[in-house]
Ligand binder design. Structure first.
Ligand code: FMN
Ligand code: SF4
Length: 482
């Protein structure tokens, strides 16, 4: 992952530890009642993919165990990981693209409700994403994948030559000459792996996205409701299809790209279709970017425009993240796929302990506060979720008191110590294990390995009947007495 050049080391601290009475009277542990969004407290575990599904995207016992363990902390809401809305192979990523997934997902909901003693709502994050290929070997790309065109022949002075002859010639070129000869997209496909964009409207399946996505999301939302989820979160953030529609990099000329209004159009159409499918009394919100944090990407102005649009359309909550884009991601190794959390925007999304003078804790709070203010100035009471480096009671309570957000999200701190919310609530804050923000978990996510935490994954490995990671070396959930 990219790190700020200053490399100033920050350490998460417990801050002031509330007594049980203080916690009981706090904003953080007060309920939130906003239309269909009914939470027992303002604590929230944002979506995190732990790579526990089976290769067909089904819920496994490991998925159930993961969420059961998080539910023991009794947060107000757990948003389960980005779950694919299509019925297409997507590795060990959970899917909700067909009715056959409903029964498995119901097990997750039941586990969250049961292990939280009914205190935690289970929401699900619904995602669509476009094709990303692994970075190919140079020879393989030039010999097999590259489509040879007349432009290549002309540039090489090889008019009339066979494809094979052109390929053989290309193999003799150095990188500088090859870069000049290939189109920017071909060069990118060679350097990083081919990646589809919402602007590839010459491809029929990309052109048709506005025609198919509303129904795909709506069906996925209906199935989620049928599985018992208490709400859905539309994934409009980071590197994926819907965020790409919102981005200024979306220059589609079919009425779904270009200006802000056009870029907002499909996300609104998706939301309306979802709303029609699940009804007015069912919580539907989205996760979106406060800032894209890439050159030419959307900033706060755009985000305010989109957030107002979503709130006016009737979304029940808005959760703000930042960055996490493919555009500035590092070149992957040969055989690996580009990962959208390796560049500057990736750092903004999941900042690590080595930082600049802004530090990794609460980097998205100022932008989130501005977004919430803009909503309130327009008379919109939509609850706002803040996240990013929040790891103690003081921080969380201050963000609520200062009107930054209505709900506090904590992803990695909840992974480090799944019971931490309950410990705080019970006046046992001194027992909280603090996340170190060294992003070991994120490194596992990048490789699609079982995500675990370095604080606990080698602890008590001799526990009888312990479920282990696919490499056999790590436990899959934090110990019970952790
Ligand atoms: C292992 C891992 C998986 C993640 N998966 C998702 C995801 O599926 N959807 C999403 O919106 N964000 C995802 N995130 C980002 C987190 O939800 C969160 O925004 C980010 O980690 C910053 O919050 P934190 O500092 O509290 O961890 C993931 C983060 C981690 C560490
Ligand atoms: S591995 Fe654990 S301690 Fe490290 S950043 Fe992830 S959650 Fe925090």
């Amino acid at each position: 992952m990219w790190q700020p050049p200053q490399r100033i080391a920050f350490k998460a601290a417990p801050g002031r530890i509330p007594t049980r009475e203080e916690a009981a009277g706090s904003r953080l542990f007060s309920p939130l009642n906003h239309g269909p969004v009914q939470l027992t407290s303002r604590t929230w575990v944002p979506a995190m993919v732990p790579w526990r599904a089976d290769p067909d995207g089904n819920v496994t016992q490991a998925v159930v165990d993961w969420y059961a363990r998080l539910a023991e902390g009794q947060p107000g809401c757990i948003v389960i990981e980005a779950t694919g809305i299509r019925d297409v192979p997507s590795g060990p990523l959970l899917r909700v693209g067909h009715d056959r997934y409903v029964d498995g997902l119901r097990r997750v909901v039941d586990a969250i409700h049961r292990h939280s003693e009914g205190k935690t709502r289970a929401y699900i994050q619904l995602i669509d994403f476009l094709g990303v290929k692994r970075r190919p070997e140079r020879e393989k790309y030039l010999e097999r994948f590259l489509i040879i065109s007349e432009a290549h022949r002309a540039a090489l002075g090889m008019e009339g030559a066979s494809d094979e002859a052109v390929r053989l010639h290309l193999l003799t070129l150095d990188d500088a000459s090859l870069e000049q000869l290939l189109s920017p997209r071909q060069w990118e496909a060679l350097q990083k792996g081919a990646r589809e964009r919402v602007t590839d409207t010459e491809l029929p399946h990309i052109r048709k996205l506005p025609g198919v996505l509303p129904e795909l999301f709506a069906n996925a939302a209906r199935r989620s409701r049928d599985a018992g989820f208490d709400g859905v979160e539309l994934h409009y953030a980071h590197a994926y299809t819907m965020a790409s529609f919102l981005s200024p990099t979306n220059t589609r000329d079919d009425g779904y790209g270009g200006g802000r209004f056009e870029r907002l159009r499909l996300p609104l159409e998706v939301f309306r279709a979802v709303r029609d499918a699940v009804g007015a009394d069912y919580p539907v919100g989205c996760r979106m970017l406060a800032e894209e944090c890439i050159e030419g990407g959307s900033g706060l102005d755009d985000a305010v425009f989109f957030a107002l649009g979503f709130a006016r359309a009737g979304m029940d909550f808005l959760s703000f993240s930042r960055g996490g884009k493919f555009d500035d991601a590092k070149q992957p190794k040969v055989g690996e796929a580009v990962y959208p959390y390796t560049g500057v925007s990736g750092y903004e999304c999941m900042p690590s302990y080595l930082s600049d003078d802004k530090g990794p804790f609460g980097r998205n709070l100022a932008a989130t506060a501005a977004l919430r203010r803009a909503l309130r100035e327009e008379g919109l009471a939509t609850p706002v979720v803040a996240a990013g480096g929040i790891h103690n009671f003081d921080q969380a309570e201050a963000a609520l008191a200062e009107g930054v957000a209505d709900i506090i999200g904590s992803a990695r701190q909840s992974l480090a110590d799944p019971g931490w919310w309950k410990k705080l609530r019970e006046g046992r804050g001194a027992e909280v294990r603090q996340c170190e923000y060294k992003n070991y978990c994120e490194g596992l996510d990048q490789k699609h390995k079982d995500v675990t935490c370095q604080l606990w994954d080698r602890v008590a490995l001799d526990e009888p009947g312990l479920a282990r990671s696919r490499d056999g070396k790590r436990r899959l959930v934090a110990p019970a007495d952790w």
